[in-house]
Design a protein around this ligand. Sequence first.
Ligand code: NAP
Length: 333
Amino acid sequence: MLKNTRVVLSKRPVGDATPDCFTVETVEVEPLLEGQIRVAVEYISVDAGTRTMLRGEGFHAQVDLGQTILAGGVGRIIESTVEGWDEGQAVRGGLGSQTIATVTPKMLEKVDDSVGSLSVYLGALGASTGVTAWIGIRNVAKPQPGDIFVVSAAAGAVGSIAGQIAKRDGATVIGIAGGNRKVTYLTERLGFDAAIDYKNEDVNARLRELAPDGINVFFDNVGGPVLDAVLDNLAMRARVIICGAISQYDDLDNVTGPSMYLRLAERQSVMEGFAFFHFPESIGPAAAELREWIDDGSLIMDEEILEGIERYPEALQFMFNGGNLGKLMVKAG
Ligand code: NAP
């Protein structure tokens, strides 16, 4: 009998989503019903936004107690009752944090496996990763040649691609990330013009030094004190793009800041948020251009992969502690 190992929510986190909030359990799978497809999950996406799904209420879909943690994944069909969805087909979709997903076609998308490892469909080509960065830059932030562009969580999945696209579009790119390893990564591997270690440097002072005439575009993934430091250093007519605010996700009832928002009025600037799914028409073009850049080797998307489904809780905590470089995933098998 086929067994599924899954990660379920056993306790709603208060503050950090520590591993004791999750239970890993193995159960026998039910016989496949008409209209269902069974997928052996290969990789599971670890996303910052998942923390906001564990509260019981919020912007994103919520995970009930006892429910498998919602997560995007890629894998291959191992059994199907649906015509056109054949065994061996590579697929992507909301597979959940588990090893075997039983789903319907509307939850899945076929993917072409000639690209190499299927993990690329969660990383560079992932909706919540490369595609989010592309949409955030091309549809919302729109950096112009010569702009000073700053991105936070710059060594992570979305931030590292957002910075690379802004650089490609002619901006001078400054990344903000935690720790020396990450700032070295940003300048030496990703080719950013400068990087600030927010854990060990005074972000406000470093921004004044690196951008004395002010910042034209800020692509924010973290919120909190980093957002305030950038607001304090805006150029006239700057654009502040809110992609996310990971520093606030552990306690959304007590979001702090931004206390420097009056700089928007003083500098005639705007703040605008977005989610990738607000631009459904751009998902295809984003994926197509990202694929071109992967094929010509001009886009770097490093992947950090923890092996084994039982490591999903650890992976989520690893991300919130700033452990990952590039896209974080769990290898399910
Ligand atoms: P990621 O950047 O790969 O990983 C998150 C990173 O955030 C960590 O590596 C850590 O790096 C940093 N971080 C964690 N806690 C922090 C804190 N308290 N203060 C400052 N930095 C902190 O994650 P991701 O999945 O790509 O998500 C990045 C952001 O994009 C998140 O805010 C997420 O919600 C957002 N997002 C938005 C959309 C959208 O459609 N708008 C879609 C996907 C993701 P350091 O070492 O630098 O601290």
